[in-house]
Design a binder for this molecule. Sequence first.
Ligand code: BTN
Length: 326
Amino acid sequence: MKAEILKVLKENKGYLSGQQLCESLGVSRTAVWKAMGQLKEEGYQIEAVRNRGYRLVETADVMTTAELRTMLCTKWMGAGLEYFDETDSTNIQARRLAENGAPHGTLVVADCQTAGKGRRGRSWVSPHGTGIWMSMVLRPAFSPAHASMLTLVAGMAVVKGIRMATGLEPMIKWPNDAVLRGRKICGILTEMSTEDDCIRYVVTGIGINVNTESFPPEIASTATSLKLEMGENVKRSPIIAAVAEAFEEYYEIFTKTCDMSGLKEEYDQVLANRDCQVCVLDPKGEYRGRALGIDSEGSLLVEREDGHIVSVISGEVSVRGIYGYV
Ligand code: BTN
């Protein structure tokens, strides 16, 4: 009921009388009044004016199942939607749900993570009200060897989603991060469960710094948030919906070939370190070169100083800028 009332309020910019709401939804006045109370508690500003009715004042950064539902314009991504005010980690939750049979496209979102996970065993600080912490359950039919490229697909979705929802123009720092003006705005963590060389499920988790105002000293010089870049509070639900929509679109292109051939050109256009000098931190020995773009397997092509072109495989090495993080 709450979700339906919210949808009707959003579709109507003016006032809607209690009578109109009751008639269009086929419910009692008491039911409408109760749902209005619940929506107000969730943070929506609803004006109620005698003889005119109700009007939604769109200001707050509300993140609830109902809000996300009204925003999502997808076919399968988010058809199963699990929202938590607080959870340990959306990746852990998504894995639990997947183990219990959650279908492909299940989307898990939380306002706060108490045990957010970063890459390489690091933690990911995820307080209330500051960021987007979301994970997607995927059940692809391809072999495990292709799964790491889903991180690249997710990176493209983040960049497009943020651009569509805010107008900002983030770029990708190959392979896992999205950056704005050379600082990290998003990290992606893909985890997989396999059996007999088949994928049981993949969980791709995305963390975006949205309204973060300050960062711990160890990342203060390399991280930023949408709020710090825009100078104002940013609503999270429209970004989640835009990222989910873009992911669905890119995933469908990816699964046609099970590689990056259909996405490579667009990926290279948003690659932050394209044509830049990079340092490849290979455990067998560091080297420098110029980043050219990705190949169809999602590896980064780097032209070494001797003109030799090497393909750098994600997961084995990391890549840094010569003068900074990107
Ligand atoms: C990185 O180290 O850059 C990857 C960070 C990934 C963080 C996201 S937040 C949502 C999802 N849940 C987690 O516990 N981690 C990922």
